[in-house]
Design a protein. Structure first.
Length: 282
């Protein structure tokens, strides 16, 4: 059975313990927690580092609801960053049981970024955590190919590629680009849909990515094609903030709607694979 995780950004207004509770009620077995804001100061920072009351409450709710933490974010790399300063985040992630980290690359120099990624992977190895480098068009690693090249240059066995379906589309990547990624580089992917034409400017892309994605099936991305181009059974993380729904649907209703949408997508991908002629790539 495919692991399906509920990413914190999908229900952006919740605290980590609240996220665990809602995820369990909606049928998720895993969650992704935001231990380090991706877009400070606007993004909320939860007191989850060290032996805090909120971290203890999160662990208790995980036990009570049989929900595990799958991944966490976000670690941002750029020239001059102190990689060692991420250690408290990694320590908390390890206590929560996370084994995957989302890494953004804000450094345009590929060699500098590769060296930073190598050092981050070494730090992560102490905690059993792998680093998933996420390409996005407005960052220092705008494409899948650029991210794969940085991972290769890092030379570290714990460096992975993060595939996020909205970024795949916004970067203009093709299904062939996805299929060409070495399978061992993909531990899981972040899935969502998107509506309308691809934006031409980064400002709109960033706004949509952080605020107005869509649940699978509610947009026009070729999600079936994307998932079929990747290894079968790869875990999925639903990262689909839809703030326009927040005034009309409760967090539980949104979580349940998202879980049903992912289940339908998984079924569609399975049907697509079965329909393909034997021996032909999906």
């Amino acid at each position: 059975m495919t692991i399906v995780s509920l990413d914190h950004l999908t229900l952006f207004e919740l605290t980590p313990p609240e996220l665990v509770e809602v995820a369990a009620k909606a049928g998720f077995t895993h969650v992704g927690v935001r231990l380090n804001p991706a877009a400070p100061p606007g993004e909320r920072r939860h007191p989850m580092l060290g032996d805090s009351p909120m971290r203890r409450e999160t662990l208790a709710r995980m036990r009570d609801n049989d929900v595990a933490v799958f991944d966490f974010g976000v670690l941002r790399l750029k020239r001059g960053v102190d990689v060692a300063a991420f250690e408290p985040v990694l320590e908390s992630a390890a206590v929560l049981g996370a084994r995957e980290a989302v890494v953004n690359g804000d450094e345009p120099d590929a060699q500098v970024l590769a060296e930073l990624l190598q050092r981050l992977c070494e730090l992560g190895r102490r905690y059993g955590i792998r680093m998933n480098l996420e390409p996005a068009p407005w960052t220092g690693i705008p494409t899948i190919g650029a991210a794969v090249a940085v991972i290769a240059a890092s030379g570290h066995a714990d460096a992975r590629l993060m595939v996020d379906t909205i970024h795949v589309d916004r970067s203009g990547a093709t299904l062939a680009d996805l299929a060409a990624v070495p399978p061992g580089l993909i531990d899981y992917l972040q899935v969502c849909d998107a509506r309308g034409p691809r934006p031409a400017d980064f400002e709109t892309m960033i706004y949509q990515a952080r605020n107005e994605r869509a649940f699978p099936g509610d947009g026009n991305l070729d999600l079936v094609g994307m998932l079929a181009a990747l290894p079968q059974g790869v875990p999925l993380s639903l990262e689909a903030p839809v703030k326009s729904l927040a005034d009309r649907l409760s967090v539980l209703e949104r979580a349940m709607r998202g879980r049903a949408a992912v289940a339908a997508l998984i079924a569609d991908v399975a049907a697509h694979r079965q329909a393909m002629p034997a021996g032909r790539p999906a």
